[in-house]
Design a protein around this ligand. Structure first.
Ligand code: ADP
Ligand code: MG
Length: 326
């Protein structure tokens, strides 16, 4: 488990102070995939550098697996860093070393014996689907293959946390999907906790269980995705499952409905009309796979008076629909 409590990082930049991370508190459960979504300049990379101990926060605490890291001595930090693996946008591979040698490198540095290193590298190549590419140099690999090497290297020391800073931003959409699915597969196979930092909604939508929206160094929202999509005021939900620009001037009662299973939408709305005599019109919405579930988020309107609001809302809730008045 990872806990951040009021983490702040202030840089001194030519006499000016830049607060890159501003009081971020966060809990990531063990084994979960947590996404941090934000535009360029939001402070994502700085937060990740605090998490992987490349930067010391100006204030606040970071606890990984029960160990507080901010107050640690430099020597203890070196050991603590091994709990955390990082994957980078531009792979950061050594061009003079083969894929296998790149993966082996962190094991050499930490003094793992040769035989054990070799065996671990073979396992890791297999885990990332590169068993036949160990002898290739980075220049002989595609972007997706290079990132597979980057992921294997990050996992070499069996970290409990895998961090990624825009790991798919340099890849085309099809390769992005493959790499995201690989993160998910590794998370399921090894139980490693994953924190993905990204400016792409697709990354969060496709594989994250929980996420935070970061702006100007702060978390403006965070939570489990399946919970957020039911909240009509959630900006993360609107980014992941846009209900669109709905015309509130249309008279009637406006609701936001969230369905955890798209197959429930059609029957719920048509039965509502049959059982209660209420005609519901869909103003906008999206159906997508979110956090492994098919989720729909809809803005709907109906004419009050056909049935009481409580009856309509109660009817939908009984069928597992999250209903919120807009
Ligand atoms: P993101 O990864 O979300 O694009 P960054 O963490 O890179 O955001 O940057 C957040 C803010 O901190 C930006 O205003 C950036 O200019 C500033 N910043 C980042 N690193 C440094 C640094 N080493 N020195 C001074 N300012 C920095
Ligand atoms: Mg960045």
């Amino acid at each position: 488990m990872i806990t951040l409590d009021s983490v702040t990082k202030v840089y001194a930049d030519r006499g000016k102070h830049v607060t890159a991370v501003d009081g971020v508190s966060l809990t990531v459960d063990s084994g979960e995939i947590f996404g941090i979504l934000g535009r360029s300049g939001a402070g994502k990379t700085t937060l990740l550098r605090c998490l992987n101990l490349l930067e010391r926060p100006t204030s606040g605490t970071i606890t990984v697996d029960g160990v507080e890291l901010v107050s640690m001595s430099r020597r203890d930090l070196r050991t603590a860093r091994q709990r955390i693996g990082t994957v980078f946008q531009h792979f950061n591979l050594m061009s003079s070393r083969t894929a296998a040698e790149n993966i082996e490198f962190p094991l050499e540095v930490t003094g793992v014996g040769r035989a054990e290193r070799r065996q671990r590298v073979t396992e890791l190549l297999e885990l990332v689907g590169l068993s036949d590419r160990g002898g290739n140099y980075p220049s002989e690999l595609s972007g997706g293959q290079k990132q597979r090497v980057g992921i294997a290297r990050a996992l070499a020391g069996r970290p409990s946390v895998l961090l990624s800073d825009e790991a798919t931003s340099a890849l085309d959409p099809a390769t992005t999907e493959q790499i995201l699915d690989l993160f998910k597969q590794i998370n399921e196979a090894t139980g490693v906790t994953v924190v993905l930092i990204t400016h792409e909604a697709e990354v969060v939508r496709r594989i994250c269980d929980s996420a935070a929206l970061m702006e100007s160094g702060r978390f403006v929202e965070q939570g489990p995705l399946l919970q957020l999509v039911g909240d009509p005021d959630s900006r993360l939900a609107e980014i992941l499952l846009p209900t669109g620009d709905h015309d509130l001037s249309i008279p009637g009662r406006h609701l936001t409905l969230a369905f955890a299973d798209e197959r429930a939408i059609e029957p719920s709305l048509s039965r509502l009309s049959r059982d209660l005599g209420v005609e519901v019109s869909i103003l906008g919405g999206t159906l997508e796979r979110v956090a492994g579930h098919q989720v729909g988020r809809l803005r709907v309107v109906y004419q009050p008076g056909q049935a009481s609001d409580d009856a309509v809302i109660g009817y939908l809730r009984e069928r597992g629909v999250t209903v919120t008045a807009a």
